[in-house]
Structure formats: C-alpha cells, structure tokens
Design a protein around this ligand. Structure first.
Ligand code: FAD
Length: 334
C-alpha cells in the first residue's frame, strides 16, 4: 500500500554543497541516532553484512542516558540503569562490526537514488539506505525546578516511572489526550492524581475526558499553572498559581511525590522535513506495519515515528524492522 503522495524535490542546492565539501563517503546503510532504535538497527544491519555506519548525535545512547533505573526492559530482571543499558546496546552493535561515530546529521538530500546526508556540516555521506532513529524530546515547562528534580520526582513518562510512585500522590500537567491518558494510568497505581490544567476545559477527546471525570482519585485543578517545586531530597510538593493574571489570582501548594509532564513531545525530524512526510506534530510517517517512509530506501524507527508508545522496547523492535526493511530493499536493488 502506498500512503504517500509523490513530491516535487529540488536537488541543486545539495549539489553545490557536495562540490564545496569535496570527498564523499559511500555507505550501504547509514543509521542516524544512538538510542535503542538506532543501536538495534545497527546490530541487525551489521549481522546482515550491511556494514552500517551509525552517527550518534549529541546524546550518545539517547534518552535513556538521562534516567536512572529502567525496570521494564525485558532481560534485566533486577533492573538496569539507562546509561549502562545503552552502553551494552552499543557494545553489542560494535561486536558485529557496526561503525559508530560521533556526529550530527545537519542536512539531507533525498531527491536522488543515492541518499545524501551531511554530518556536522562538513562530511558528506552517500548512502544506499538510511535509517532515521532520532527520537522525540519531551517538552517541559521550563522551570528551574524541573532540572533540579530530574529523576528525583520529575518525569515526562508515566508508563516508565509511574510504578515508582505506587500508593503515593502525584500531579500530571497538561490538558490533552496524553495528559488524560497518563493521569488515568497513574490513577491505577497511585493514591491520588492531581491533573493540573491551565485552562477551564480539557483539550482531550470526549472519551478521554469522561474517563478522567469518572476516575475517583483524579482531581482536576482547573485554571492552575505550576510555577515551582519544593522538597529536600526530591519532590515533596508543587507551588501553583490559580487564575494567573486575573483579579482572583491566588497561590496554591499541593503535596506530591511525583510531578509528571504531559504537554507533548518534539520529534527530532527538522532536518528531514523537506523530503519526508510527517504528521502535524512532526512525527515521520511510515507505511503501517513497516519502517518505510515516502522515500524508497529511507526508513524510520523508534520514537521519531511513534506518537503512541515511545518505549525503549518498542523503539528497539522498530529498529530491528528498519534494518530488515533496509536489507530487503538492498537485496531487491541487486
Ligand atoms: C527520563 C526518561 C526515562 C525513561 N524511562 C524509560 C523506561 O524506564 N522504559 C522505557 O521503555 N522507556 C523509557 N523512556 C523512553 C525511552 O527512553 C524512549 O522511548 C527511547 O529512548 C526511544 O528510543 P529511540 O532510539 O527512538 O530514540 P532516543 O533514545 O531518543 O535516541 C535518539 C538519538 O538520536 C540522536 N539524534 C537526534 N538528532 C540527531 C541528528 N540530527 N543527527 C544524529 N543523531 C541525532 C540523539 O543523539 C540520540 O542518540 C524514558 C525516557 C526518558 C526521557
């Protein structure tokens, strides 16, 4: 099934860039990103003899390097820290010969049969296949306290961290479907969930709104904004402002152990958007059930193409799919 429209692509600028840059390295399989999706793609591509080259981006090891305990990745019955787990993914990919390099994809030209990717504005790679695994970054409110309590009560993933707050009181920030989903999920684990909503309505779909309203241990704090967090060795509470900027403005403090952000993610697809179809938010569209994008030979894996699950295990699974799709594409090319 072809879900994509043909695109009118221009390649002249990229041609000029190639002249400026000079040397071009040719690779069969280029992987962009070093999270669970990228490293898994590298393991499969290396074992299929595709001699993959992987560029890590700024965050070597991806999002999991910013967390402590990972308890839901199969194969680690006693849990593992994110950085250790990602180092093991890397070692496994290197064991089969994946060429892992530090560098950022700064521009691409997907207009021809060979896919051109510029690294750090000065290295030009010409790849038969490209696997994009650049992830999606959670949005935060921008409070200093969010950084201060990162991993100590602040989280942007209820599925990942909710379990650590079993029986406790937590708050979720947001008014859309994700916030409603996260609040409902946490309500099944926690004693009490405050849903902090900036406006006096939820943006979530009717069905999600009903679910939130009908869950006894969720309390919606309408027209509230979080402005700070407090606590000695972790989050113990949040300072809120109700009806900010109006004559009725008042300060409110709530006691919580966990503060969950659910105000959206930014998919790291900026570099690819001139060529690849994305949804409104920027998630790369793939043909359902595959990792294929609208450009033959370019595949997407992990959070960059997944607005729904965004888990390490689903990212790794789709990295495997992308490497198999790339291998079959190359086999068909002959
Ligand atoms: C704090 C935290 C805790 C979490 N805990 C869990 C958990 O317990 N269990 C779980 O299953 N999931 C957890 N998650 C979610 C999990 O981390 C993600 O679902 C997973 O990392 C997605 O993997 P990915 O490979 O798609 O992308 P990422 O891990 O986001 O990796 C993206 C990679 O792309 C690279 N990159 C980006 N742009 C470029 C570019 N232009 N050029 C080159 N490289 C680029 C980055 O450097 C990075 O290496 C957590 C997330 C966070 C933030």
């Amino acid at each position: 099934m072809d879900i994509f429209k043909p695109m009118d692509l221009q390649s002249e600028d990229a041609g000029d860039k190639e002249k400026e840059i000079g040397n071009v390295e040719k690779v069969r399989c280029l992987i962009i990103g070093s999270g669970p999706a990228g490293y898994t793609a590298a393991i499969y591509a290396a074992r299929a003899n595709l001699n993959p080259v992987l560029y890590t981006g700024l965050e070597m090891g991806g999002q999991l390097t910013t967390t402590t305990e990972v308890e839901n990745y199969p194969g680690y019955p006693d849990g593992v820290t994110g950085p250790v787990m990602m180092e093991e993914f890397k070692r496994q990919a290197e064991r089969f010969g994946a060429d892992i390099r530090f560098g950022i994809a700064t521009s691409v030209d997907f207009s021809g049969k060979k896919h051109k990717v510029t690294i750090d504005d000065n290295i030009l790679i010409e790849a038969d296949t490209v696997i994009i695994a650049t992830g999606a970054t959670a949005k935060y409110l921008g409070l200093e306290a969010e950084a201060k309590y990162a991993g100590m009560g602040v989280s942007a993933c209820a599925t990942c961290d909710g379990f650590f707050y079993k029986g406790k009181d937590v708050a979720v920030v947001g008014g859309g479907d994700t916030a409603a989903e996260e609040a409902t999920y946490l309500a099944g684990l926690c004693n009490k969930v405050y849903l902090i909503v900036r406006r006096n309505v939820l943006r979530a779909s009717k069905v999600m709104q009903d679910r939130v309203m009908n869950t006894k241990n969720i309390e919606i704090l309408w027209e509230h904004q979080a402005v700070d967090l407090f606590g000695e060795n972790g989050v113990e509470g949040a300072s809120l402002v109700r009806k900010k900027g109006t004559p009725e403005e008042e300060n409110v403090r709530i006691r919580i152990d966990g503060f969950f952000l659910a105000i959206g993610h930014t998919p790291n697809s900026e570099v690819f958007r001139d060529y690849l179809e994305t949804d409104q938010v920027g998630y790369i569209k793939t043909v359902p059930g595959t990792s294929k994008t609208n450009i033959p030979g370019v595949f997407a894996a992990g959070d960059i193409q997944d607005p729904h699950y965004r888990q390490a295990v689903t990212a790794a699974g789709s990295g495997c799919m992308a490497a198999i799709d790339a291998e079959r594409y190359l086999a068909d090319m002959g």
